[in-house]
Every structure is written in structure tokens, then in C-alpha cells.
Ligand binder design. Sequence first.
Ligand SMILES: Nc1ncnc2c1ncn2[C@@H]1O[C@H](COP(=O)(O)OP(=O)(O)O)[C@@H](O)[C@H]1O
Ligand SMILES: [Mg+2]
Length: 506
Amino acid sequence: MNKRNEWTFDNHFHSPPSKILIIEDDLDTSALLFHTLTEEGYTADQVFDGEKGLEAIQEKKYDLILLDLMMPLIDGFDLCQKVKSNEKMKSVPILILTAKDDYNAKIRGFQVGADDYITKPFVIGELLARIRAHLRIQELKHDLTVSENRYRQIIDHSPDAILVLSNNKEVLFSNKRLIEIIEETSEESIAGKNIAELTSISPIFQEVFDSINRVESQKTHIQNEICLNSSSIGETTQKTFFELFCLPITNEYSQIETFQVIIRDVTQRKKVEDAFIQAEKIHSLGILTAGIAHEINNPLTGISNAIQIIKKCELPSERQAEICEHVLSNINRIAKIVKELTTFSRPYGGISEVFNIIEAISDTLTLSRYQSGSEKIKFCWSPPSTPIYLSGNRNKFQQVIINLLVNAVQATAPNGVITVEASEEAKVLTVSIADTGCGIPPNQLKKIFDPFFTTKRDWKGTGLGLAVSYRIIQLFNGTINVESTLGKGSKFTIKIPAYHLTTKNE
Ligand SMILES: Nc1ncnc2c1ncn2[C@@H]1O[C@H](COP(=O)(O)OP(=O)(O)O)[C@@H](O)[C@H]1O
Ligand SMILES: [Mg+2]
């Protein structure tokens, strides 16, 4: 039946001839039909009453049935109804043979499920044309089922969970992986239900619900990462990370018809990414260490000297108070450095918070002043007077700023300038870090965000700073871009879209 040359599941190159069953009690008509069909290359079987016809259909798979209406025992109408109400047999097309002007018979024939009719006495050409047309329809139906099954299999075996929702947010389709992830037994438990109803089944649906609402109001796709505490092994709870991708499918009038949701388990990738981020953090802390050590050493020397003076000499109480004041201010200096360091270096976890990016940038700038070479560079930072709040992981955001600042300091010669700017416009946050450093050659611009790409020798660079920064900004649904002129300087610009910006509820 399938004569196409392309690959199908039941890939066959030479289809056997189509099998046609003739159910006709008039011997002459039956013989004529049989002769015509076999001459045309079809395989035909003949039976002469309805009962035998039914037996034959149950025993053998036919591609088409020619059915006379007026027959003894079971007539054509009854037989047609029986075949069409049987799940297994109903797909086979039935062409009824009717007398020329018997309109009532034709109408009844269609009512009981017949696919077409041939008027007796029939014209051979018309008979064959109708048979061919029905066999072709069958062939197309078959191809469609094969193709549907093929895509269904691919989708079902996809490692990603797939969910399709109607514009009313009711489940139209879900694949097996989704059922596994939400730990349900069958698709029936979610089929046709509204996503709002499903939020109690799994926390994943709560996330899908929130994301779909955002997709609906913004009419654009969104991607975010979610963390779930899944199974507990011993004392520790295993965290599973998913990437959620929600996409609106619109019609020609830009109205949303369906929502597509793809949920990907990214736990393993996340572990590797976190290891990269950690490695880069340790590296940048390493770069800052010498400056930090120096910065702590100065007040420590001051404290040590003061203590020795107090120990050795009998001092008047006024002088003693003055020295104690000096000790305290030095201790405060050290405490400040330690505070700056801990906010930056505490473990990431999955903590998401609402933070003021102006403060985060100011703290990071203070830290970056410890980097060797930075003392001869002018930093320009005019923080906007109103806070800009961002929701997400503050630490990771600071990691990006430090990575960009470390690079800028490394690229900039003494007396150069590093300008940091932050603003919010039309609910988009923009942060830029520009330097007057060496710039980036055009042929390297495409590579700088690749992991392990570095032009720094002697282990001064890991090549992970920008790759990690790119990924972190992606997690904020933002972008990071660079403009650079060789010999003049570079400017990195981060943009984070509206929905991460939030007003603090205080
Ligand atoms: N501000 C900058 N000016 C000039 N080149 C830069 C700047 N920032 C990054 N680069 C280039 O991009 C490369 C990759 O940066 P990064 O991923 O941070 O790795 P690393 O700093 O460890 O080399 C650097 O080696 C450098 O060649
Ligand atoms: Mg770097």
C-alpha cells in the first residue's frame, strides 16, 4: 500500500496488491467485478451472502469492500453497520452497490457508515476510479497514522518533559517523561485539566502556572531554572534542577493558540556549571588576596604597636583612651574587609533574594580595589540615587561584576579609567563596565565567552570568567554584550529584562 520511498516504521519496498472483498449475491455481477479487479492487479475474494461476508472480514484484513445491499440472511445495511461499529474493522472503506435511482438506499447506506456508492449497472472506468480514490485515501490515512506514531514515539522517548496547553491553559498533550517527573502513574490524571487545578499535584505545575501567566502577559517565550527537593537519601535531600522553557504559539492574528512547555532536567549540567563558577570565584579571590592581605596587615600593625605601647608604658588615661580609640578604628577596618569578603564568598546554594544592585555594585567595587594594579586606575562610579531592585542570587550577580572588573583592571594600564554605570529604563536594567584598556582584537571577540579561552599567560587567567558570567546573566534571563576597539578600550553591557526587577515589599 505504501508506495512512497521514504523511511517508515513498516518500511516495505514492494507493497503487495490491495485486497478487495466482493459481497454480492448476483453471480454475474460478482463474476464481472472479480474479473475487472483481478485484471487491474488487485487481489479479490468473492462471497455471496452477508453472513459469509462478515466471516470473511473477521478472518482476513481487506483494504476495501464492495457490498451489495439486497442479499439474503444479513442484508448490506446490517452488515455495513456491524462492520462500522466494530473498532477493529471500521477503518476498511465500504463501497455499496446500489440500483440506479434508489436514493433512499443511498442515503441509508451513508447513514450506516458506507464510504461511497457505485450505481448498478456500473461503468468500469468509474468503478475503478472510485476504488483507486478510496485506496489512496486509505494509504494516506495509513501514512498519517504511521507518521503520527513515529512522532509520538520520538516525543515519548524524549529526555525532556513536554506539555502543551490550550489558550485556556488546559492540558492538551503531555509526554511520558512529564508523567515520570511529576511521579504520576498515567496521563489520564492530568489530561484536559486546567494548569491551575494541577498545582497541588506537583510543585513543577506551580512553576509552569506562574511562567505561563508571565508568557501570556508578555507574549514572549521565557526560560527559567527551578530547583526542587526531590528524593531523600539518608539525611540529605537530593536537589533536582530543571530548566523550564515556555513558548506561546500564536496564529496569524498574533493571538495565542497554545502554550508549549519543555522541562529539562539539568541537575548534572548544573553541577558542572557550579564547579566552574566556584573555580572562577576561587581564582578571582586569589587575584584579590595579595591586596586583601596588605589591607588587613596595615591595621594589624597599628593594633600591635598600640598594644605594645600600652603594655610598656604607664600612660595618662587620656592618652590611653586615644590609643584604644585607634585600636578600635583599626579593628573596624578589618571587620569591614571581612564583611565585604563574606558577602562575596559565602556559598551560593539556591538562594534567591531581592537585592539592591547599586549596593551590590558598590560593595564589589570596594573589593576590586584590592586587586594589584587597581591603585593607579581611576574608577568612575556615580550610583543612581534611587535603588534598583533585582530578584535572584546576589552572590552570583556580584561574581559577574567582579569578573568584569578583574578583566578591566588587567587590561588597563596605569592612569587608565574604568567607568561603571547602572540604570533602569522601561523596566530594563542596564549595567555597563567600560575601560580604556588594550581592547580586544576583532577575531577574538567571538571567542571570549567560550569556556577556557584566555589570552593571559602564566596562569593569570582561567578563561572561565566570561563564560561563567554569560551563564549567570542567562539565568537572570538577561544578555551580556561587548563592544571593543583595539588599543582604545572595551565596554561590557549587561541587560536584564523587566520581570526580574521588582519593588521591595517593605
Ligand atoms: N576588559 C577586557 N579588555 C580586554 N580583553 C578582555 C577584557 N575582558 C576579557 N578580555 C579577553 O577575554 C578573555 C577571556 O576572559 P575571561 O573569560 O575572563 O578569562 P580570563 O580572564 O581568565 O582570561 C581574556 O583572556 C581577554 O583576552
Ligand atoms: Mg577573567
